[in-house]
Write a protein that binds this ligand. Sequence first.
Ligand code: MRU
Length: 369
Amino acid sequence: MNIDGKPYRTIWLDDDGRAVAVIDQTRLPHDFVIRRLASMAEAAEAIRGMIVRGAPLIGAAGAYGMALAMAEDPSDAMLGQAYTTLLETRPTAVNLRWALDDLRGRLTKLPPSGRRAAAYARAAEICDEDVAICRAIGDNGLALIRKIATRKTDGAPINALTHCNAGWLATVDWGTALAPLYRAHDAGIAIHVWVDETRPRNQGASLTAFELGRHGVPHTVIADNVGGHLMQQGMVDFCIVGTDRTTRTGDVCNKIGTYLKALAAHDNGVPFYVALPYPTIDWTIGDGLRAIPIERRDAREVSHMTGRTAAGAVETVAILPDGSPAANYAFDVTPARLVTALITERGVCPASEAGLLSLYPEQRPERRA
Ligand code: MRU
């Protein structure tokens, strides 16, 4: 996508052919800063500290982390150490495990001398594939939005509601949940997006609003508690979110607060769509509530907030009384029964095992055995 007229991806190989460049998402929306990751340890720290975040981008960064490790030392020992270090950075988004398994599987078959080039090539391929996947999700979601548009008789814009950031910043380009919204906007469909601020880290207020604003998509940031009211008032035509891990049965793990929006949508008859690429499907898990590891992050993300002062300085302030403990659960699970449909690169399907298998028949147990 474009920033001030210049096209960017969220991650790319630096000019030296070894280091990896990323957009520092901890600095947005106030500063647009490029960070250079020169080692596996720096890549791991960038994922842990959410300089890069969003499930597909975490996967791509993990792949480049493996490549950086192989540039440092292509031994078996480093391969194992890089895999473990990178995997431990964030536990919920399964795209990370998917990318690391993929790289480790290929690299272990090669002699050390062939690993560096193979790792960089595969990381680049994963990035290109993510862009193609997200474009396809955009196309498949656009078809749904066109149908919703035909039901609008008053000429008013379609109102979508989204949570967290599942836009191009969360992927390599285009995004998952935001891709259909960009495609609709670009196709001339009048669309307005309600953007949940998404406390505690404000991915909605800081990142989704930034993205939509730069692309010219009309949007309004709302506090996280507003969506239910808007749905009761008929002010939301559909919800669309991304996911960090979706089970083979269609349970959707996503940013904390997604479940409450799905409940409100269900109660008000508002369609609730989840957009996802295939690496986000965890075929090994059937019960999302019990089996998906939910990341718990530093309480400081709840007790403090960062913003820009009138004088232009970016500052962090405490918002809790001294001594009040805070808890920081980063994700929740929305049961499949609350999801209207899943939008993938292969098409749209019910949030169920049968639905997912209809799009991914190669995952049928008899074919995998
Ligand atoms: O903690 P984050 O910012 O990495 O969480 C991101 C989300 O929850 C997104 O909604 C999800 O990764 C889908 S992104 C395409």
